[in-house]
Design a protein around this ligand. Structure first.
Ligand SMILES: NC(=O)c1ccc[n+]([C@@H]2O[C@H](COP(=O)([O-])OP(=O)(O)OC[C@H]3O[C@@H](n4cnc5c(N)ncnc54)[C@H](O)[C@@H]3O)[C@@H](O)[C@H]2O)c1
Length: 282
């Protein structure tokens, strides 16, 4: 197994949504290994905070405001890293937002659009913009952050599941498509880890069983963004398509592939009995 540094001695990575949660943990993990890290997110002050932490951890930050719903901002970012670093080795499409609720009344159309924009269009823009940059350098790695939700189709999370399943599909497609270009692809399908994703008014007000259970789990789980970041890097080094840091998502996914009807019955049972991720306040 080659380390990322052996594969990419120039050590240049761009991360979206890098000033919180998994994005920040990945930025610091790369920094600790001496990488140049393009720290991108929405808010300049939080980007600066993360960039300072990247520098302190031994990395070389490049600060950039990048709203992932705006294709032209990806193009500007590509221009900037090309100018500053003459290319890029690893693209991390991490920025994401969550939502939960029943299809007919919980999930608003406005929020559907937000989820599709932030979770899906971002990955399309990121890949379309940066694949030519990686190709120019003769190699690269794309790390897309989807979710276990994209594999498991949990109830009352249609918008989140749909966007994350699409990210899994894009990643699997590109894995084969880009082999000839020496570009590898890994997709993160983590289940709940601690981050700020549930920390917004809409999720706090959310009355759905799944929403409340999963969001409570994100707040209380002992799984940290840092441990998911370390696992993510190992998955890239092993050349894996799927990176599943937690066993529960892996077991349920395997069951859903091999015995889809049994999986559906089990999921319905767990949901109706308020068990597993659906337990209130677990
Ligand atoms: N926390 C979990 O349990 C969990 C599980 C599986 C997958 N994920 C995925 O991990 C990724 C990171 O989420 P997190 O849990 O660390 O959450 P987080 O809220 O801590 O971090 C998400 C980051 O994305 C940024 N972001 C949001 N909208 C943006 C936009 N339009 N442009 C640029 N940046 C934007 C936010 O500012 C924030 O810094 C997401 O894609 C999420 O879906 C999270």
């Amino acid at each position: 197994m080659r380390t990322l540094e052996q594969s990419f001695p120039k050590k240049r990575v761009l991360i979206t949504g890098a000033s919180s949660g998994l994005g920040k943990a990945l930025a610091l993990e790369f920094a600790g290994r001496g990488w140049k890290v393009a720290v991108t997110d929405l808010d300049a002050a939080r980007i600066k905070e993360t960039a300072d932490a990247v520098r302190a951890a031994g990395g070389e930050p490049l600060e950039m405001v990048l709203d992932v719903t705006r294709c032209e901002q990806f193009e500007a970012a590509a221009h900037r890293v090309t100018e500053a670093w003459q290319g890029l080795d690893v693209l991390v499409n991490n920025a994401g937002v969550a939502d939960a609720g029943r299809m007919e009344d919980g999930l608003t159309l406005e929020n559907w659009r937000l989820l599709v924009d932030v979770n899906l269009w971002s990955v399309i823009y990121g890949c379309r913009t940066f694949i030519p940059v990686l190709k120019k350098g003769g190699k690269g790695h794309i790390f897309n952050v989807a979710s276990g939700a994209g594999l498991l189709c949990l109830p009352e999370m249609a918008s989140y599941n749909a966007t994350k399943a699409a990210v899994v599909a894009i990643s699997a497609t590109l894995k084969t498509e880009l082999i000839v270009d020496n570009i590898d692809v890994t997709v993160c399908c983590a289940s709940a880890f601690r981050s700020n994703i549930a920390d917004n008014e809409r999720i706090r007000q959310c009355s759905s069983v799944a929403g409340r259970g999963i969001m409570a789990k994100i707040k209380q789980t002992s799984i940290t963004a840092e441990s998911v970041a370390r696992y993510s890097i190992r998955s890239m080094e092993k050349g894996r398509l799927f990176s599943l840091p937690q066993a529960d998502a892996g077991v349920m996914w395997a069951l859903s592939r091999w015995m889809p009807e049994k999986y559906r019955r089990l999921l319905t049972y767990l949901f109706n009995k308020r068990k597993w991720l659906f337990a209130p306040g677990t």
